[in-house]
Design a protein around this ligand. Sequence first.
Ligand code: SR1
Ligand code: MG
Length: 423
Amino acid sequence: MTEKLPFEALSVETLATRLSANEALCAIIGRDTGAWKVREVGDGNLNLVFIVEGDSGSAVVKQALPYVRLVGDSWPLPLKRSFFEYHALTRQEARAPGSVPSIHHFDEGQALIIMEYLSPHIILRRALIEGRQLPNIARDIGLFMARTLFRGSDLSMAAKDRKADLALFADNVELCDITENLVFSDPYFDAKLNRHTSPQLDGLVAEVRADRDLKVEAQRLKHIFAANAETLLHGDLHSGSIMVTDSETRMIDPEFAFYGPMAFDVGMLLANFWMSFFSQRGHEQDGSRDAMRAYLLDVVVETWSVFRSEFSHLWRTERTGMLYQKSLFEDQGDRLGAEQALDHVLHQIWTDLLGFAGIEVHRRILGLAHNADFETIADEDLRATCESKALRFGRHIAVNRRHIHSIEELNALAVLIEQENRI
Ligand code: SR1
Ligand code: MG
């Protein structure tokens, strides 16, 4: 039996020695460790990420740390998040083939995943800050969400399999706890780790924290998040969790995966497009971003439309789970009944996604984990103006989510708020 080594964080200096006997890595990049070039490129909030290049190829080595990297060892975080990320990636690949990096090796004890190095991909958030218009993202992400969310639910899976999987991911407690606090609660009171652009936003922050309707809605959404174990979510599907080229899109980093409401992934994703929209005014040093703003609103429309249409397609062709079973509808000649039920399900996703999107906008401006879209705007007055528009948009869609009927209506609201010049 091989001895189980205690966890030890890798470093640029130790990686080659530590992984020299790793058969999966050597098979990809070559055995001559003297030729390995190692860089640490992790810019996320939690983990170490190394790119390792050898004689015959390259790979990414991602390792969890026993604490939150952004904060330090005062905030311990279990290594098992790497286990959940690995298992989420395998399910996403099965449900939406080609949408995630391929995995070469997983070492649970060392909390590390060796996976495909995506090149020349860059993080979607960075591309959007640079003003790049990527033609395929709406389609690729819309399909990814529809396929993973539908196929991980009781609409598709055998109930026994889904319950076993739900039990497995139910242990991802600490990562859920981060979302439960950082997303749904902290922005709405004076939480210790909160920060915002100050003093410019001080007045608006006070308004948000005194907004009873908003706080109640945020807690109703937290309730849905915690209690509605509908499907296996990515759990952190923002533009920093997506890598792109002009023609390819891959989703990464599903360590927050757990069984939750379908609308959560969709809402978080769309919120990040709207935040990019509101941040563009802060990136106009080299010229107007009018075309980029129009592009982002089109991306929102297309993402939702692709999601709806693929979800509907799967509903009609792959509805093999225990919910809305065909034996009650199509098999009785009642295709209309199945369509009626589909409308109800899509409507629920729509209503809830608006709430999750509004809350996601708030936490990225008022909480601990901010977005580079706004953070890279050096002029603080300009940044605060962009952020205040996003905050007001977020508040409107979260509180009025049951009364907004179309994505076009929402985009028109975004344009209206964007054109106002006040904090
Ligand atoms: C302490 S972790 C902060 C955030 O980083 C991750 O990417 C998640 O979005 C989390 O909420
Ligand atoms: Mg991440």
